[in-house]
Write a protein that binds this ligand. Structure first.
Ligand code: ADP
Length: 162
């Protein structure tokens, strides 16, 4: 059984992430989308809310599970019996960082390989940070995020108003 981990912040999950996930779910027996919990970094949404929104957004993918983890991704991968890490590439600007990360991970855990995927062109420019910026400035994010994220953010707009 080939298990892949798709790690990231997913703060919040976007249609770009979902597109990568759809491709990955067709390539591997099981994909675990894993929200990295960084106690040093205060996110936009709490980790448990990110997990909840991902669960609602991926319920149609039978072989996809959602989880959160702390610490090194490769340790988490070993714990789950995964041999693949999925990462997405948008532009050349992602490449240098992603390359370094994958090489550091393979130096630490040669048995875990990173697979890079890209999205359909229409989702290529979408990032969680762009979405946060649009949302916080009252722009329409409906085209860029899955329905559960759109609903949650719109219904809790008052929580984010300064
Ligand atoms: P991180 O903080 O680990 O970069 P993100 O949630 O921002 O977490 O992204 C997780 C992964 O998904 C990264 O590999 C990122 O490059 C990829 N990704 C995010 N959005 C897109 C997109 N629109 N197209 C391709 N890859 C994407």
């Amino acid at each position: 059984m080939k298990i892949a981990i798709y790690p990231g912040s997913f703060d919040p999950i976007t249609k770009g992430h979902l597109d990568i996930l759809e491709t990955a779910s067709g390539m591997f027996d099981k994909v675990i989308i894993a929200v990295a919990h960084n106690s040093q970094k205060h996110g936009f949404l709490p980790v448990d809310k990110r997990v909840e929104l991902i669960e609602k957004s991926v319920k149609n993918f039978e072989n996809v599970k959602v989880d959160a983890f702390e610490g090194l991704t490769i340790n988490y991968a070993h714990k789950k019996g995964a041999t693949v890490l999925i990462r997405g590439l948008r532009a050349v600007s992602d490449f240098e960082y992603e390359m370094q990360l994958s090489q550091a991970n393979s130096a630490l855990a040669p048995d875990v390989k990173t697979v890079f995927l890209t999205t359909k062109p229409k989702y290529n420019f979408i990032s969680s940070s762009t979405i946060k910026e649009i949302f916080l400035n009252n722009g329409d994010i409906s085209k860029f995020v899955p329905e559960p994220v759109f609903e949650y953010l719109n219904n809790s707009q008052n929580l984010f108003d300064n």
